[in-house]
Design a protein around this ligand. Sequence first.
Ligand code: HEM
Length: 191
Amino acid sequence: MPSVQEVLRTNIPYLDAMIEETFRYSHIVPFTTRETIVDTQLLGHRIPRGTQVLFVTSDESFLKPAFPISQAQRLLWANGRKSDYGEWAPSDIADFKPERWLRKEQIVVDGVTTEMEVFDQKAGPCLHLGAGPRGCFGRRLVYLEMRIAVTLLLWRFEFLEVGPELNSFDAIDTSTEEPKDCIVKIREIID
Ligand code: HEM
């Protein structure tokens, strides 16, 4: 088994992409919320001070094609920030596809240019841990634990296919989304 240090220090872009795609797909927290502290507007709609605004973390823009929004509807500030993140192509937005988080980057090592695959956390929208100064406080611990757990499980077990009747992304809604089915069929990998 690899040590925790090895798991955490090794650069494995596909592992990071797979974890990020799992979060995008499972949208564990269905929405985050903010209260407006001044009268404002969102996409042309007046929002008075003291309103609770919910930001859903699934469906349109995340797992379904985005609503059409004209640039004119957005505030100048929001238009400026939009290029910080990529957008998911409508054609495969609904697919579980870790590759969407990967891109090629030219890296120069000892004067030699090499093309490397890198993990890009800003490849597209994903709001599973919230955002900004009040975003999830446990963010670093979440990624740390996921990296360790996923690596050790995949190292030790082969995950076999389970039938479609036991294999859905259906969720039970509480304050978080809990999986309706959480059944795995495993075979131990013996060295
Ligand atoms: C997969 C696991 C987790 C998920 C999906 C998750 C998700 C979230 C979300 C969506 C928020 C709201 C962020 C916002 O409003 O922008 C939040 C806040 C928070 N989370 Fe997590 N979280 C996870 C694990 C953890 C862990 C392990 C800790 C502590 C070690 C933690 C501590 C907190 C705290 C303290 C806040 C409130 C931050 C604030 O209001 O300033 N979370 N989390």
